[in-house]
Design a protein around this ligand. Structure first.
Ligand SMILES: [Fe+2]
Length: 202
């Protein structure tokens, strides 16, 4: 279960309306490398992780990704809550406006809706941890791209925080991968799954 704390993990205070920027940053809500995919990936994978410490790490990071989703949503909301219809039209936000007004809905920057195929839960510790390492780098790259495109310092500040956390998560998953490999038979790396092929691993 979870306990909800009614505050953001990092503050968001944006004074300038900009639906164009919201349309880009929304990718980190519902895009392929966004925070919704990240939280669902880790919170789903944790059940079959053979090493309990690694399962706990997935719970912790999956939970933190939900807090990041909240930060991203707060950024999008603050960028669009005072927009006029004219703002939406000139920013190319009008298609989104037709379907959602200024409501938050998970999609990629290009308008593709969130879908569970954007993450994997394979039931194999090594496979899943490699996916997690890649996911953290992809999220970090997306934040890098956002930082290159956005100029407003009020937006860049929380984005820099989110980027820094992706780097920390990558390091934690690297440690988890080493720990998991130390405890598995080396043969598993290539052809067997210790969570499924139990008789091979006693
Ligand atoms: Fe992350």
């Amino acid at each position: 279960m979870w306990t909800y704390e009614k505050r953001l993990q990092y503050p968001v205070k944006i004074s300038k309306t900009c639906p164009k920027t919201a349309q880009l940053i929304i990718s980190q809500f519902g895009g392929p490398d966004g925070e919704l995919a990240a939280s669902m990936r880790y919170l789903s994978q944790r059940y079959t992780m053979p090493c309990k410490e690694v399962a706990g790490l997935l719970t912790d990071i999956g939970t933190e990704e939900l807090a990041h989703l909240e930060i991203v949503c707060a950024i999008i909301y603050q960028l669009t809550k005072d927009m006029s219809l004219e703002d939406a039209k000139t920013a190319g936000f009008d298609a989104y406006y037709i379907d959602h007004t200024s409501g938050l809905w998970p999609q990629a920057a290009g308008g593709i809706p969130f879908n569970a195929c954007e993450f994997q839960s394979k039931g194999d510790a090594i496979t899943d941890l490699f996916e997690d390492l890649a996911a953290e780098q992809k999220a970090r790259t997306t934040y890098d791209n956002i930082l290159r495109v956005v100029d407003d310092p009020e937006i860049k500040d929380p984005i820099r925080f989110l980027r820094a956390r992706e780097v920390v998560h990558f390091q934690r998953f690297g440690e988890a991968l080493e720990k998991t490999k130390d405890r598995l038979d080396a043969k598993n790396y290539y052809y067997a799954n210790p969570e499924f092929d139990k008789k091979l691993f006693g």
